[in-house]
Write a protein that binds this ligand. Structure first.
Ligand code: ATP
Length: 264
């Protein structure tokens, strides 16, 4: 498998003083679906924003390490330049324009480019037929799942080589998430694009991703392919709800085990 996106020992600092991500290394191959897992504040969104160039809008910078795409360095480049290379972000918030119709939302990122924009629009309806039915409805009246579909479809309009999706399942019903996962798999299979998705639910991520990284406190603490992570005791205990307790951090689980070993 050839590597498309390579993040190498990246450090991100907000407002010149707050270090949010440290030494993060990850890669995404061609046609690969990769998940970034972790609890609140682990640094997942920061990593996606570093890759997509939106960090600059948050008064933050990549201060160490490198981000390369197809061998070309892209760290700290502006978002429009990065999007132009084929890296397109589906953000966690403000996914759609609430006052524009579905069709207008789709055209917005590419402009009314005549035949090619129309053809592109029909192509995304192939993956999201529900949006074709809703094409005249304004974004603000869509359900959460329809809004997520529209956000992904709008990103597809830009003909990405890799889609970065921030929080695929957040706030959505399991049946809607199941449907979205199938559509993403079809997008990867039929269009051959790669996907890097941020997920709080390991169960969701490990059903769709070929490979996953677990982040905690700004660092990658674990990574592996789906089989390895699904079978990993710590992931089962903490992220897949096998521990029977409240949500604890990966580090807490480690400390808990150690204490059991010493005192138990
Ligand atoms: P969540 O699921 O809650 O979005 P996350 O894993 O995506 O969590 P980030 O949002 O990347 O985590 O946050 C990582 C760290 O960076 C946190 O400690 C957070 O407080 C800090 N951070 C995020 N955005 C900013 C900002 N605009 N200014 C300062 N610090 C920030």
């Amino acid at each position: 498998m050839s590597v498309l996106l390579q993040v190498e020992k990246v450090e991100v600092v907000y407002k010149r003083v707050i270090t949010a991500v440290q030494g993060v290394t990850l890669s995404v191959g061609e046609r690969q679906i990769v998940a970034l897992l972790g609890t609140n504040g682990a640094g997942k969104t920061t990593t996606l924003r570093a890759i997509s160039g939106f960090l600059g809008l948050d008064d933050a910078r990549v201060t160490e390490g490198s981000i390369s795409f197809g061998g070309e360095r892209l760290d700290n480049r502006p978002p429009h330049e990065i999007a132009g290379k084929g890296i397109v972000l589906v953000p966690e918030r403000e996914k759609v324009f609430p006052n524009l119709t579905v069709a207008e939302n789709l055209i917005a990122p590419v402009g009314r480019g005549g035949v090619s924009a129309r053809r592109q629009e029909e192509r995304v309806y192939h993956f999201f037929p529900r949006l074709a039915e809703l094409r005249a409805r304004v974004g603000g009246l869509l359900s959460g799942g329809e809004r997520q579909m529209l956000a992904i479809a709008s990103a597809l309009m830009c003909q990405p080589k890799i889609l970065l999706i921030d929080e695929l399942s957040l706030g959505l019903a399991p049946i809607v998430v199941g449907d979205l996962k199938q559509r993403l798999a079809a997008i990867r299979d039929e269009l051959g694009i790669s996907i890097l998705l941020v997920e709080q639910s390991a169960a969701v991520a490990l059903e769709i991703a070929d490979y996953a990284y677990v982040m905690e406190n700004g660092r990658v603490v674990l990574d592996g392919d789906r089989a390895r992570l699904t079978g990993h005791k710590d992931v089962q205990e903490f992220y897949l709800g096998g521990g029977g307790g409240e949500r604890r951090s990966y580090r807490d689980v480690k400390q808990y085990r150690r204490s059991r070993r010493w005192y138990g």
